[in-house]
Design a protein around this ligand. Structure first.
Ligand code: PMP
Length: 382
């Protein structure tokens, strides 16, 4: 059976993107690679809603390497506030706990998000060097209102970092307008490229903090990468450590396709797909993990189960040609699964997803209205 991958990353890869990586004779000093990096770094600024004052980075790894590289702007004794809506918010704390900095955390219950007022209150009580947040919490599909938070805290903290791993390329991201100092993502999510690279932009303020005094280690110390990025953007070969050369060709092809589609259109397409998924799920009679409509994301929908076991659902849909993602929030273990809808998704994928889910869930004894989900999707798109 042909498989439809509706996952939270890696996601289905466009054929032209995949093929762009098929090169047997390309080194990191080749002009083609330098050109692909130069174009990708320039496009990354646009993708993040950043301008020339921001420094783009493309580093090996993924979301976690990009997150850990944020230690490059911290010094011994700095205070960090983590705003966490779930597993990946908590990851910020787990990372910073490995460094000689103080970490506070504000957490939301699963399905909820930390309110902008709560963040404001916390940063008014205490002086923080860095506030780290997650734009879309992949474990629950909840979106944090980044713009509202930054408006309230910008003048009270030195630096703001946002994990946009499940948002960049699918949600409105405006690093400059929101005055975010570090916005980051990974190649395998809404950008629609295989895993292998972390992508970030840093404001001038963040760049000015890169120094030998930072608590960062070696490989993920952005001070070691900045000249490489500047050189490559200017079309000059440069090396600190090997970049995922073949992946960069795929990335640059994906960015070319994004440019063709238009970023606004791409975000609208994700919005449209997410709307269809939610209409299908709700009309089928199931509940969504995200509790408030204003926090529904364009990229991930968590689906709560009343009777069926989530592991059984994931196994059964695979036998019907559909791969979904498991629920990973420990507080909801076994009670939900996730639908990833990012990258190159379209409404036809939504119909297939909802149709397969309806028949599988019925078979597994979940109380669903078979046909109602599909009908709702059709009505959404007609
Ligand atoms: N942050 C978020 C919001 C994520 O969804 C993920 C991964 N799914 C990560 C960070 C970590 O990224 P990676 O697995 O690429 O290291």
């Amino acid at each position: 059976t042909r498989k439809l991958l509706m996952h939270v990353g890696p996601v289905t890869i466009d054929y032209d993107v995949l093929v762009a990586g098929l090169r047997g004779d390309t080194g990191f000093t080749s002009q083609e690679f330098i050109d692909a990096m130069s174009f990708s770094l320039k496009y990354l600024r646009r993708l993040m809603g950043a301008d020339e004052t921001y420094q783009p980075f493309i580093i090996p790894g993924g979301g976690t390497s990009a997150m850990e590289s944020v230690a490059s702007v911290l010094r011994r004794g700095d205070k960090v506030l983590v705003v966490s809506n779930g597993v990946f918010g908590d990851r910020w704390k787990a990372i910073f706990n490995r460094y000689p900095v103080a970490v506070d955390i504000i957490k939301a219950n699963p399905g909820e998000y930390v309110k902008p007022e709560e963040v404001e209150e916390k940063v008014s009580e205490e002086k923080y060097t860095l506030v780290a947040m997650t734009h879309v919490e992949t474990s629950t599909g909840v979106r944090e209102p980044i713009q509202e938070v930054t408006k309230r805290i910008r003048d009270k903290v030195d630096l703001i970092a946002v994990d946009g791993v499940s948002s960049v390329g699918a949600e409105t991201v405006k690093a400059k307008d929101y005055q975010v100092d570090i916005y980051l993502t990974a190649s395998q999510k809404a950008i629609g490229v295989p895993p292998g690279a972390g992508l970030l932009v840093l404001s001038e303020r963040a760049v000015s903090r890169l120094s030998d005094e930072s608590v960062a280690g070696y490989y993920l110390n952005l001070k070691n990468w900045i000249d490489v990025m500047r050189n490559l953007e200017e079309g000059k070969g440069s090396y600190f450590a090997t970049l995922p050369v073949h992946l960069i060709f795929m990335l640059s092809k994906a960015f070319e396709l994004m440019e063709k589609e238009g970023l606004e259109n791409r975000i609208k397409r994700h919005e449209k797909v997410a709307k269809g998924i939610r209409a299908g799920i709700e009309s089928m009679g199931l509940d969504i993990v995200a509790k408030r409509p204003e926090a529904y994301s364009n990229t991930v929908t968590g689906v709560l189960l009343k009777k069926a076991n989530a592991g059984d659902v994931l196994r059964e849909v695979i036998s019907e040609g559909l791969e979904l993602a498991p629920g990973v929030h420990p507080a909801l273990a076994g009670k939900y699964f996730r639908i990833g809808h990012m990258g190159w998704v379209n409404p036809n994928d939504v119909i297939t997803t909802i149709a397969v889910l309806e028949r599988v869930l019925k078979r597994l004894g979940e109380p669903v209205n078979v046909g109602e989900g599909v009908r709702a999707v059709q009505l959404t798109y007609s």
